[in-house]
Design a protein around this ligand. Structure first.
Ligand code: ASP
Length: 327
């Protein structure tokens, strides 16, 4: 009887909070929203998040404040949102790492496919293979030869296991069949600082972090991972063109809410995301950084859910075959 009463108590409490969330969905948002970015400030995910958050804030009539919760390849920030109240006031902007970390981490604090609701896709960003400015090799072919000959001293920066830079770095090492020493950071913002300072040698990172540095000549670029050359980096060959067959990867980004967030709130955020992605300022900044906003059809809960599911399925066998896990 006691157990039954306790269970009823819990169920009643859950029902009351569900009613409260549903009621508040009609007046949402009434206060500041926190957008968690699971990497350090100043990096590419942060850049995308701040641009989109600023524009969405205008439509929502409430500020979206970006909070950087870096560490463990993006899984700390995702975990933080997974355990937040499902009231629409804590949301997550994450990238492809949401899918790869579901397999890379065998002991994740959250169950990726059951811990979130979906708002929509944001953008798909190419990666670049870059190095410190004074790194010797002149082109990708030279880089591969140099790295193979100096594998004990070349260092590769990344944002931890599960990060896009980690994934792209692993693809590079696997393509040239040469393991290298990796140096993890809480995001590629701080990793870029060390690349500029010459403390690390190479990095694979989104164009949203590297384009301005490449154009300014402060780092060296060997390749872009898009299927075709980019307008903003016309002189940089694709990795395939430069000699790495099949080396193509796009870093898709999405916005999530904690599981249980009312559908009306996810829809409201999705509408606001769609408006932000059509904001000429957002589109122009994305173009300058070598990327483009997702389409209206992709900036929807259903499209992001389908993308996450298919990407988990795509990367799972690849990671299992590599047999390298974070834990
Ligand atoms: N570019 C990083 C990554 O490797 C993340 C970041 O700092 O935004 O996933």
């Amino acid at each position: 009887m006691k157990i039954l009463k306790a269970m009823l108590g819990v169920t009643a409490a859950a029902a009351i909070s569900l009613l409260a969330y549903t009621a508040s969905a009609q007046t949402y948002p009434e206060r500041t929203i926190t957008m968690v970015v699971p990497f350090a400030a100043g990096g590419p995910t942060d850049t995308v998040a701040r641009l989109v958050a600023e524009s969405m804030s205008k439509d929502l009539g409430q500020q979206i404040v970006v909070e950087n919760v870096g560490g463990a390849g993006g899984t700390l920030g995702a975990g933080r949102v997974a355990s937040s109240d499902p009231d629409g006031y804590t949301i997550l902007l994450h990238h492809i790492g949401m899918a790869t970390s579901a397999t890379l981490y065998r002991k994740l604090a959250y169950d990726t496919l059951n811990a979130f609701e979906y708002v929509g896709l944001v953008t798909d960003v190419p990666m670049t293979i870059v190095a410190r400015k004074d790194f010797e090799p002149a082109d990708l072919k030279g880089l591969v030869e140099y790295v193979k000959a100096n594998k004990d001293k070349v260092t590769v920066a990344n944002a931890g296991i599960g990060a896009a830079s980690h994934l792209c770095g692993m693809m590079f090492m696997s393509a040239i069949q040469t393991p290298l020493t990796t140096v993890p950071y809480k995001g590629t913002g701080p990793a870029m600082t060390d690349l500029l300072g010459g403390q690390v040698d190479i990095m694979c990172d989104q164009t949203t972090n590297t384009t301005k540095q490449i154009q300014g000549g402060t780092i060296k670029a060997y390749a872009v991972t898009s299927p075709a050359r980019l307008d903003v980096l016309k002189d940089i060959p694709t990795a395939v063109e430069a000699g790495l067959p099949g080396f193509e990867v796009g870093i898709w980004h999405g916005i999530y809410t904690p599981k249980g967030t009312p559908a009306e709130i996810n829809e409201r955020l999705s509408k606001s995301l769609q408006i932000a992605l059509k904001d000429p300022n957002v589109a122009a900044r994305f173009a300058e950084l070598g990327t483009a906003p997702s389409s209206e059809a992709d900036a929807t809960p259903a499209a992001l859910k389908a993308k996450l599911e298919s990407e988990i399925a795509r990367w799972k066998p690849v990671i299992e075959a590599a047999g390298e896990y974070a834990d």
